[in-house]
Design a protein. Structure first.
Length: 511
């Protein structure tokens, strides 16, 4: 199964349907026009001798040109390498050196960082936006040639895309995926969350993220759906787009739902078209979950777990009755998982039901990666006997549900006791005056590490009040109670919504 063949079928099925709607300027691109532009880009790659196995780096926001570039690479058998468009100059340099692309595409959002790294951008470049830099050419000029099918025969084992890990535990690692993985990932996502033909979704998840690229964009384009995109996310615009465009499904990070629910528009807009809700990337609080369920009243709501290396690994089919946002699992279609002893490299060291351990994933699956780009040592450390060690701590219930409780590296050891930050965060997040919270262990001579909470509050709060809140909770053992509180303006999070705990530990969060 090849994604571009499914896209071609969508074009034949619904040539005049909008494939892309740009919510920034209201423009629409039909399926027929999108294919014409993608063919033109693929033909230009061929003219430049950029062929199968070569790489094209893309540092652009979610915009129509990004979609055209991605489709064009897939048609030409070229590897798309999208990466974070909000990186600083050092991040741009790192990704270009690591990926070693034949062509680099960037836009007005990433412009400043790229210009700051210009001396190291030794690659042909094209730009989307006004005031094209001297070393680049306009992206549209790449589409001036003939819009012919490139004539490249693409096999399921051929490389398709290289994504990068978020880099929360070191330098980002390239994760090559083949054509079978690209097709399988959106299929697993659709089956796990109940997507059908002709869905309309808002593409907030970035296209350098596997959910944004595979789960949403590829899934829509393979099944005659409509992709609504924004260069800069605006929650008010997103909410109003639901009614205006008849959005049928939402899949966002929990922080996006929180922002949408906080708008004035949410009370004034008819959101009844939404049938399916999914979330991933970070834990969702009970409050946001309840409000999401109440506001959108979807037929189906799912918590999708996965990593860039192993997409859509777990998906609970419907949380409407369970009403617990932490629940995911069992293993999604085409996946096999286990929970093994933390610190063990033995995939056979499976823990008992209810016991915490590290989640491992069988790599004998079309959605799972085979190793990191040019990092054999990292690959060897991550995969043992055909099992990928995710670094995520989880436990399994008697009902075969899976609860992700944190990261192996995030574990706080205080006075010899293990504390998962998410356990403490869940209790604090239930306080009505707390807008956001992150918990880490900070060095302490007596205890080794002391549980420390970084709090964003909507009103004046004292450490004493929060300490009393934790003491009264029957969900938190006393040794897990924070011994220190720091009040900050915001928490550092990556684009998936995950807390950058290393920045909290390093003291770089703004107080």
């Amino acid at each position: 199964m090849i994604f571009t063949k499914l896209f071609d079928q969508s074009v034949e099925r619904t040539p005049e349907r909008p494939a892309i709607v740009d919510l920034t300027d209201g423009s629409e691109t039909t399926y027929e026009e999108l294919r014409r532009r993608a063919y033109a880009f693929a033909s230009e790659l061929d003219r430049r001798d950029v062929g199968p196995g070569d790489r094209v780096a893309i540092c652009m926001a979610n915009r129509p040109e990004h979609v055209v570039a991605f489709l064009g690479t897939q048609l030409a058998g070229v590897v798309a390498v999208p990466f974070n468009f909000r990186l600083a100059a050092g991040g741009v340099r790192y990704h270009l050196r690591d990926a070693d692309p034949e062509l680099f595409l960037f836009d007005d959002v990433s412009r400043d960082a790229v210009l700051a790294a210009e001396a190291d951008v030794d690659v042909e470049s094209a730009y989307v936006g006004e005031n094209v830099p001297e070393f680049a050419e306009p992206f549209e000029s790449l589409l001036d040639g003939p819009a012919d099918h490139p004539g490249v025969s693409v096999d399921h084992a051929d490389p398709s895309v290289m994504l990068y890990s978020s880099g929360t535990t070191g330098d980002p690692k390239g994760i090559p995926l083949d054509q079978e993985a690209t097709a399988s990932r959106f299929l697993v996502n659709s089956l796990g969350q109940g997507y059908y033909l002709d869905e309309t979704m808002i593409g907030v998840m970035p296209l350098y993220h596997t959910v944004g690229l595979h789960g949403i964009l590829c899934g829509l384009l393979a099944m005659s759906g409509t992709y609504l995109c924004m260069v800069e996310f605006d929650p008010e615009t997103a909410v109003r787009a639901i009614e205006e465009h008849g959005v049928t499904a939402l899949h966002e990070a929990p922080t996006i739902f929180s922002q949408m629910l906080a708008t004035d528009a949410i009370e004034e807009t008819d959101v009844s078209s939404v049938e399916t809700v999914g979330y991933s990337g970070a834990p969702m609080s009970q409050e946001v979950f309840d409000r999401t369920l109440e506001t959108f009243d979807p037929d189906h709501i799912a918590n999708l777990y996965g990593t860039t290396e192993s997409y859509g690994t777990l998906a609970y089919p419907d949380l409407r009755e369970v009403r617990d946002p932490a629940v995911t699992g069992p293993a999604n279609v085409g996946n096999e998982t286990r929970i093994v002893e933390i610190g063990s490299d033995d995939p056979e060291a499976v823990v008992d039901v209810g016991q915490q351990g590290e989640l491992v994933v069988n790599t004998d699956s079309p959605v799972t990666f085979g190793g990191y780009w040019n990092k054999p040592e990292a690959t060897e450390a991550a995969i043992t006997d055909g099992w990928f060690f995710t670094g995520d701590v989880a436990r399994r219930t008697e009902a075969n549900q899976t609860i992700i409780t944190g990261r192996v590296g995030d574990m706080i050891i205080s006075g010899g006791e293990n504390v998962q930050p998410t356990e403490v965060e869940d209790v604090l997040a239930s306080h009505p005056a707390i807008a956001d919270v992150g918990v880490v262990g900070l060095p302490d001579e007596e205890w080794g590490e002391v549980v420390t909470a970084f709090v964003v509050s909507s009103e004046d709060l004292s450490a004493e009040a929060l300490d009393e809140w934790c003491r009264q909770s029957d969900e938190l053992a006393d040794f897990k109670r924070p011994r220190a509180y720091r009040f900050v303006d915001e928490l550092p999070r990556n684009p998936s919504g995950k807390i950058r705990r290393n920045e909290l530990e390093g003291g770089t969060a703004e107080e």
